[in-house]
Design a protein around this ligand. Structure first.
Ligand SMILES: O=P(O)(O)OC[C@H]1O[C@](O)(CO)[C@@H](O)[C@@H]1O
Length: 268
């Protein structure tokens, strides 16, 4: 795992988007794993800008999102289908056939999880998976105590996740669906490359626990330590509880991959 710190949330979004754009330019037929949440809104805004002003071409990409609420139709304004449509899909040259989210309305949610994993495999696996971090340390909706080798499947959302994501549901956690479909932690770890983007003071303590604490099923993000090509991008607020700042700063100066990010960042 490598960690790169950005001066603020704008640069964090710009760098995350620049790395996604570079992936698409290097491999136009990339299979992208996409995430939702507030952190990603600025990332998608940058990608849309790159599409409209720099001809970033999505026409050969395939996308797979991490998760969807159970019982919400794709047209429901609170669904992640709608989120992705509003923030990215409708603004770039991606057709409906190229984009995938789990079907929260599937009659058999377990079978839908199996189908989703099979679709990812058929597409050749995920080249680059983008991740956000839940305040309880989850990635996707892999809540505390879920197996770190789990496959895509239906899950029960933790109370703190329903609280964190209540914004889309009139601020009422009880209105957030109690269940969801998520890509499994094991499925996520099969991605060839992973970027975890973390922003804000509300994530500072959990980021410290994930990066500096043990690998534990209590925090599925900690399983990222087992991935050999995972980059963590954080802004200063999210990094504010890290006790390993010296080591991170040193690596940012001397690791060629991280120094290249520094150079890329100066363009924004
Ligand atoms: O960026 P935010 O709003 O903090 O949300 C991050 C959340 O989004 C998700 O990606 C939604 O699946 C979760 O992993 C995480 O809870």
């Amino acid at each position: 795992m490598k960690v790169f710190l950005c001066p603020n949330r704008e640069k964090l979004a710009a760098l995350t988007a620049a790395l996604l754009a570079a992936q698409i330019r290097t491999k136009p037929e990339s299979v992208l794993g996409l995430a939702t949440g507030r952190t990603m809104e600025a990332v998608y805004a940058r990608l849309v800008l790159a599409h409209t002003t720099q001809q970033l071409d999505f026409s050969r990409c395939t996308t797979f999102n991490l998760d969807e609420y159970a019982g919400l139709a794709p047209t429901d304004p609170r669904s992640y289908h709608t989120y992705m449509h509003q923030h990215l899909f409708q603004h770039v040259n991606l057709t409906a056939e190229q984009t995938h989210l789990p079907n929260g309305m599937a009659e058999d949610l377990s079978a839908e999880g199996v189908r989703y994993d099979a679709l990812i495999q058929q597409a050749g696996g995920i080249d680059l998976q983008l991740l956000g971090l839940g305040e309880n340390g989850h990635i996707g909706f892999n809540e505390p105590l879920a197996s770190l080798s789990s496959r895509s499947r239906p899950v029960v959302l933790a109370p703190e996740t329903r609280q964190q994501n209540a914004g889309l549901f009139d601020g009422n956690p009880d209105s957030v669906p109690p269940r969801a479909l998520t890509m499994g932690t094991g499925t996520i770890l099969e991605s060839r490359r992973i970027i975890l983007t973390v922003s804000g003071t509300s994530k500072a303590r959990i980021l410290q626990a994930v990066l500096e604490g043990p690998v534990t099923a209590q925090k599925s993000a900690s399983a990222l330590h087992f991935h050999n090509n995972c980059l963590v991008l954080a802004d200063q607020e999210a990094a504010s509880c890290l006790t390993t700042r010296n080591a991170i700063d040193h690596a940012m100066q001397h690791d060629p991959e991280l120094s290249a990010l520094q150079t890329l960042l100066t363009a924004y």
